[in-house]
Design a protein around this ligand. Structure first.
Ligand code: NAD
Length: 443
């Protein structure tokens, strides 16, 4: 760890004055936010307008109909999407989300975020995202399997280990990826291990992948505390969410001696100012039929709403659930000194400006939650070679990339008098823009 500190507090970071904040808290919020952040970086980098125009648009957008026979015999046609934002630095990479409100704009925004994330941590991938508009909480395992297999066939013409490699995201996981890989392999006639990442270890997954996003978040929490000369042991942390990102982050942070005081899910949150018993909570949650915190019985815990959790007096707040959680409506009530974005897009640009004014340091999503795509990259490499690494090798390489990327962002923020988010976008956009310029425009 170097001795550099985060940029000075206050309203006047170098890029803040010229930052354009568009109305990003409405229906198209996330897409508008992601574009505004690219535009700010383009302005600061004095990017060629043609290159900027290319980076504002996805390379390819596909919408597919996903007809599925439901268990009751009815036929439902779901909407599916796959957006490839950029393949300039390598194959497109990005998760698949199942959610009742997901749409093409959200998928486009998430695909662009993947481009900037892969560029920032300097792995040879571009960005993509996929989604099916459905409500998994209302579907059986068989219905989910049929949605997955039919969606996989729908997007097969544009994916593959050399051009676009999907992975899990919200409401999808190892089982989804196993079905996906099996479908593609069945269609091809041979097993294609490197067609998706985030698979179970038994069928070509990587050790450490399941925990990787949360592990990366925990590493970044540790780094931002250390950079500000705050002890990791005893630091108080509130985490919004208790899913694939939040659980390993909470487990690791509490094993390092942090006090994880609150976690939440769609059913609300639990809060214990003296620190939750995270290992017990995770076991208890897994045993509940609906796997919801509302059904858990935890002594000493207070019940809090998601809104209250975000406003708790803690050292670190980790939003690790959904986008647009910290907005102009609640940013001034955030009491954490540091916000480490486990989720994609949890803070709107309007909220960013308020937090920056208050002196709250935000570690952006494209850095903080990049651990998942880093180990997805390792899984893709291992699958292509059919040679698999031990857990320590995976975790050590992951930690090294996360810490190096954090130092890159911190250093750039210091040099440019920029916020950590602006610094991250400067690095990420510059790398992609340079690659585009070096490759030239075909034909
Ligand atoms: P998940 O489905 O495993 O968990 C999501 C959690 O958020 C659950 O606890 C759920 O109850 C909670 N949640 C959902 N809607 C909510 C709401 N409206 N209010 C409060 N809580 C709510 O998903 P995940 O994979 O943990 O993803 C969480 C976030 O992290 C997403 O933004 C995702 O894009 C991002 N992310 C995930 C990965 C990954 O590897 N899974 C990688 C990078 C970023």
């Amino acid at each position: 760890m170097t001795t550099s500190t985060v940029p000075e507090q206050g309203p006047a970071h170098g890029l803040a004055g010229s930052r354009e904040i568009l109305g990003s808290e409405g229906k198209e919020g996330l897409y508008t936010s992601v574009q505004a952040r690219l535009d700010n970086a383009a302005r600061a980098l004095d990017l060629d307008p043609g290159i900027h125009a290319i980076l504002r648009r996805p390379e390819r957008e596909l919408t597919v109909a996903v007809p599925v026979q439901m268990d009751d015999g009815s036929l439902v046609v779901f909407d599916g999407f796959r957006v490839q934002h950029s393949s300039v630095r390598g194959p497109c990479k990005g998760g698949i989300r199942y959610h009742p409100s997901v749409d093409l704009d959200e998928t486009k925004a998430l695909a662009a975020l993947m481009t900037w994330k892969c560029s920032l941590v300097n792995i040879p991938f571009g960005g993509a995202k996929g989604a099916v508009r459905c409500d998994p909480s209302q579907m059986t395992r068989g219905e989910l399997e049929r949605v997955t297999r039919r969606y996989a066939v729908g997007i097969m013409p544009i994916i593959g280990p050399k051009n676009d490699i999907p992975a899990p995201d919200v409401n999808t996981g190892e089982q989804t990826m196993a079905w996906f890989m099996d479908t593609v392999s069945s269609m091809k006639g041979y097993t294609v291990l490197d067609t998706v990442t985030g698979k179970p270890v038994n069928v070509g997954g990587s050790l450490g992948r399941k925990e990787s996003t949360g592990r990366g978040v925990a590493v970044i929490v540790g780094e931002i505390l250390k950079a500000n000369r705050k002890p990791v042991e005893g630091a108080t942390v509130a985490i919004q969410g208790i899913g694939k990102v939040a659980i390993p982050a909470a487990q690791l942070l509490s094993s390092w001696g942090c006090k994880v005081v609150a976690v939440s899910d769609v059913s609300g949150g639990v809060y214990d100012p003296s620190g939750l018993d995270v290992p017990r909570l995770v076991v208890d949650l897994a045993e509940r039929p609906g796997k919801l915190l509302a059904d858990c019985f935890l002594s000493n815990c207070q019940r809090v709403t998601n809104e209250e959790l975000l406003e708790l007096q803690v050292d670190v707040l980790v939003p690790a659930a959904m986008e647009n959680q910290i907005t102009s409506a609640n940013a001034s009530a955030i009491n954490a000194a540091f916000v480490v974005e486990g989720a994609n897009g949890p803070t709107t640009p309007e909220a960013d400006a308020i937090l920056e004014y208050k002196g709250t340091t935000v570690v952006p999503d494209i850095l903080a939650n990049a651990g998942g795509v880093v180990v997805s990259y390792f899984e893709w490499v291992q699958g292509a070679q059919s040679y698999f690494w031990g857990a320590d090798e995976v975790n050590n390489r992951l930690d090294e990339i996360m810490i190096r990327s954090f130092q890159d962002v911190l250093g750039t923020a210091g040099k440019q008098d920029a916020s950590l988010r602006d610094a991250a976008y400067l690095l990420a956009v510059d790398r992609v823009a340079r690659a585009l310029t070096q490759r030239g425009i075909f034909p």
